[in-house]
Design a protein around this ligand. Structure first.
Ligand code: PEP
Length: 252
């Protein structure tokens, strides 16, 4: 059975009550006729309640951009998976490269966040990908294997099969540089082949998104590749027309 298309928007640290309302209304109307494509917006914590109230009952789901690895307690400033679930979040991004590089999240912490999300029935969108220096020294496959291994070791391969993976080459995030469809497809195929070494079933069913400067103009060709099931979209998810075009490019 084919994998359904999936498009997730990552608003990063952008938004305001007024601006969000316009954006969410546009996403709802742009997805009315969608079938067999999941669409999710991952918004800043303070706007999750607003997002829930606008999206409830629509085709669009919502989620967080980060989650604590802890469940509750004296962790000032943290937000638990339980709290995200309380606000109807069905997805959460874990291991985004901005979290890894700017906030020092290593593979082990990312794996713990992944597990915490699943313990509260939230599907993690696990980001993996190499920096430019790692690509240039031919370490892409090794880096991604280590990122995946940390999750497989802690949560197990079947748990990975209950997640969404986003391949996000760090050099393409927010830079305007998109990996060519061929480069992206070859890494996606590698990820699937790597997972097949643990479980053919998981490798075949897990949705693998591409992320890195996807726009309305580049989405359809990227998503047309055999192992690319959709996208994780930053900047363009804040532009209603671009985002609608990206969603329209997803496999139905
Ligand atoms: C992202 O934040 O996950 C992302 C892919 O950003 P952008 O689309 O802006 O490169």
């Amino acid at each position: 059975m084919g994998r359904a298309g999936f498009v997730a928007g990552n608003w990063k640290m952008h938004g305001s009550l007024v601006r969000n309302q316009e954006l969410l209304d546009a996403v709802v109307s742009g997805t009315r006729s969608l079938q067999n494509v999941s669409c999710v917006v991952c918004v800043p914590y303070p706007y999750i309640a607003q997002t829930q109230s606008v999206l409830e009952g629509s085709h669009v789901l919502w989620g967080g951009q980060n989650v604590s690895q802890y469940h509750h307690g004296a962790y000032t400033g943290e937000v638990s998976a339980d709290m995200l679930a309380d606000l109807g979040c069905r997805y959460v991004i874990v291991g985004h490269s901005e979290r890894r590089t700017l906030f020092g999240e290593g593979n082990q912490v990312v794996a713990e966040k992944f597990r915490a999300a699943q313990e509260h029935s939230i599907t993690p969108i696990l980001c993996v990908g190499e920096t430019l220096a790692q690509r240039e020294s031919d370490e892409t496959e090794q880096v991604i294997a280590m990122q995946l291994d940390a999750v497989i070791d802690l949560a197990g391969i079947e748990a990975l099969g209950q997640s969404v993976i986003a391949y996000e080459p760090v050099w393409a995030i927010g830079t305007g540089k998109t990996a060519t469809p061929e480069i992206a497809q070859s890494v996606h195929a590698h990820i699937r082949a790597y997972l097949a070494g643990f479980s053919a079933d998981v490798a075949a069913k897990v949705q693998i998104l591409y992320g890195g400067s996807v726009t309305g103009a580049t989405a359809a060709e990227l998503f047309g590749q055999a192992d690319i099931d959709g996208g994780l979209v930053g900047g363009a998810s804040l532009k209603p027309e671009d985002f609608a075009q990206i969603i329209a490019g997803a496999k139905q």
